[in-house]
Write a protein that binds this ligand. Structure first.
Ligand code: FW2
Length: 289
């Protein structure tokens, strides 16, 4: 049972990656008991990072850990393969990719061919990042099964837990994670774990939820899930990807820089409002984030 953080990418005011902030954040998350870091995911603004920035993020984190799944998805397969090759010099735990996106009506066999090409070039275990809402394509358990493609695992970002569970029943040896914050409890209970964006700002709560589950205290774990879901609701009002930077600064006590437009930072008024809301919420609960 693993709690995986799709780590946010801290940016400097000039739009470059703030490497020190990335390192500080990763170090804190691991110290607090997070199992693995998912690098260049959606929360890390992966689709908005260049291949050189994806490499830079890996280089930066490899100074402190090998507990990394390195996301390499791009719309240029040559770039993807360059990233796959680059990762072979690092002791990461796996590489992952979302499917090609944006272009409509891609034949299924092209989607499969994309992943087959990655698998054939990778020295690391390969994970599918399935996020139909974002990519427009569902690489489902049925499709994987028909294709004969063999993968180490899947991160399925889906509000339908049964969709994720189908991967586990079809491929019992595969690691299966759901990527929805509001289903983290259920993913920990019924799958191999969760890849949860909110673990950037609530690492301790996630780790405690996992501990409560392993001790059989499901009531306590569900209370943690409710708190996490409440924070998601608060963040969504402002744009969850941007709000996460503010939430992380509030709860973890250090700056993680800003997002990079078109993922815009919250404006001054929004930030003030969110801070007030969250601080009151956490104070009322006496919770450690
Ligand atoms: C990522 C995740 C979590 C998500 C979810 C999307 O890469 O950021 O899929 O937060 O909104 O795994």
């Amino acid at each position: 049972m693993e709690v995986i953080v799709p780590i946010l990418t801290p940016f400097n005011p000039d739009g470059t990656i703030n490497r020190e902030a990335l390192k500080t954040h990763a170090h804190n998350l691991l110290e607090k008991g997070i199992d693995l870091i998912f690098l260049n995911g959606t929360t890390g603004l992966g689709p908005a990072l260049s291949k050189e920035e994806k490499k830079e993020a890996l280089k930066t984190l490899s100074d402190i850990t090998d507990r990394i799944i390195f996301q390499v998805g791009e719309l240029n397969l040559n770039h993807v393969l360059e990233l796959v090759k680059f990762s072979s010099d690092y002791g990461v735990r796996g590489i992952a990719s979302y499917s090609p996106y944006y272009f409509p009506r891609l034949p299924e066999k092209w989607l499969i061919k994309y992943f087959q090409t990655i698998v054939s070039h990778s020295s690391h275990p390969v994970y599918l990042y399935n996020y139909p809402l974002a990519t427009g394509y569902d690489i489902s358990a049925e499709l994987l099964s028909r294709s004969g493609l063999e993968l180490a695992g899947v991160k399925d970002t889906n509000q339908d837990l049964s969709h994720s569970m189908k991967f586990k029943s079809t491929f019992p040896k595969m690691k299966v994670y759901n990527g929805s914050d509001t289903l983290a409890f259920y993913s920990l209970v019924s799958l191999d774990g969760t890849v949860a964006s909110m673990a950037n700002c609530l690492p301790t709560l996630f780790v405690e939820m996992k501990r409560a589950i392993s001790q059989g205290d499901l009531r306590k774990a569900l209370i943690h899930q409710r708190l996490i879901s409440s924070m998601v609701e608060m963040a969504r009002k402002y744009g969850q990807l941007g709000a996460l930077y503010v939430l992380t600064e509030i709860t973890q006590g250090y700056s993680v820089g800003k997002p990079r437009p078109p993922i815009f930072p919250l404006d001054e008024g929004e930030e003030k409002e969110l801070r007030k809301e969250v601080e009151n919420f956490l104070k009322g609960l006496g919770v450690t984030a």
